[in-house]
Design a binder for this molecule. Structure first.
Ligand code: SAM
Ligand code: DTB
Ligand code: SF4
Length: 326
């Protein structure tokens, strides 16, 4: 195999000292060698025929004060996207939707809010959602923006299993996409979540017009954290009309598969999630993502504000591939 000279493939070491050159060398491997190696690493820690199903709900949509260039929910893009902002959803509605998600086969329920950070007045409802969803026998995940110490502890005490907070891209490209909060602030929230004993879910988006070096840089940030994130969502940009990234050039699907493969090799134990963008992806590309080590998907016909494949379509694909939900 044409493995880069400086990477040992005899095992799958858990490393936190990746250099960008090493990561670029992984990306540059012949596609077949890269995917084969990713699948080998995948099989050391994961059942290759099982895929975990996480379902999303937007518990508070739109009107967000941040200016993330990809996002339909920034108040800055509201005039052009036409998205109407909502208030925080009632707890009962969230629990009713979670029940449906569980009946449909999801094992984790991910609740997302279009906030810079939660307000203290929202915390009672948020904590009741965590407790209620947990009582249904689902794993819980929340993504609410930045957290302070007190909010993090409250979420932990309520039993929150995972907190999602993405680094989104490389440190260098981040400034081109978001100006209202810094890369370091994101890393600080991740540390707070980790220190509180909540599982970390952190990944990013590709296909935002970034360079290959930025895809490598994003994975370098994630893998060089003190501990690897437990879940790593890799999103293909959903180019939402009315957002600044609406017309960005599409990323070649093979580059997306390579990103999944390199994430798998760098973070062998993590759940690597084939995340947003499946609605526009062929079945064949998705199958290559599973071969490259994706161990999880977002399931259910809606992401946050954009569509996702219907359950029966996903189950038909699973059946063709002999995959089953974890
Ligand atoms: N407001 C919170 C925050 O940003 O931390 C939580 C919700 S936010 C929508 C969660 C993540 O969804 C973002 O960090 C980004 O990685 C992803 N995301 C948002 N819009 C996307 C899009 N159009 N395409 C792909 N991923 C997207
Ligand atoms: C993540 O990495 N992707 C999810 C979840 N974490 C919150 C969100 C994807 C959003 C896609 C665009 C939308 O539906 O608004
Ligand atoms: Fe707000 Fe999150 Fe969207 Fe950024 S990604 S604009 S923080 S909802």
């Amino acid at each position: 195999m044409n493995a880069p000279a400086n990477v040992s493939f005899s095992e799958a070491p858990i490393r936190h000292d990746w250099t960008r050159d090493e990561i670029m060398a992984l990306f540059a491997m012949p596609f077949m060698d890269l995917v084969f190696e990713a699948q080998r690493v995948h099989r050391l820690y994961h059942d290759p025929n099982k895929v975990q199903l996480s379902q999303l709900i937007s518990i508070k949509t739109g009107g967000c004060a941040e200016d993330c260039g990809y996002c339909s929910q920034s108040a800055k893009h509201a005039k052009t996207t036409g998205l109407t902002a909502t208030k925080l959803m009632e707890v009962e509605r969230v629990l009713a939707a979670a029940k449906k998600a569980k009946a449909g086969g999801a094992s984790r329920y991910c609740m997302g809010a279009a906030w810079t950070s939660p307000k203290d007045r929202d915390m009672d409802s948020i904590l009741a959602m965590v407790e209620g969803v947990k009582d249904l026998g689902l794993e819980t995940c929340m993504t609410l923006g930045m957290l302070d110490d007190c909010q993090t502890k409250q979420l932990k005490d309520a039993g929150l299993d995972y907190y999602n907070h993405n680094v989104d891209t490389s440190e260098e490209y981040y400034k081109e996409i978001i100006t209202t909060r810094s890369y370091q602030e994101r890393i600080d929230t991740l540390k707070r979540v980790r220190d509180a004993g909540i599982n970390v879910c952190s990944g990013g988006i590709v296909g935002m017009g970034e360079k290959p070096e930025d895809r490598a840089g994003m994975l370098m940030t994630l893998a060089n954290l003190e501990e690897h994130p437990d879940s790593v969502p890799i999103n293909m940009l959903v180019a939402v009309p009315g957002t600044p990234l609406e017309h960005v050039e599409k990323l070649d699907p093979f580059e997306f598969v390579r990103t999944i493969a390199v994430a798998r090799i760098m973070m062998p134990k993590a759940e690597v999630r084939l995340s947003a963008g499946r609605q526009e992806m062929s079945e064949e590309t998705q199958a290559l993502c599973f071969l490259a080590g994706a161990s999880s998907i977002f399931y259910g016909e809606q992401l946050l504000t954009t569509p996702n494949p219907e359950n029966n379509k996903d189950m038909a694909l699973f059946s063709k591939l002999g995959l089953s939900p974890a």
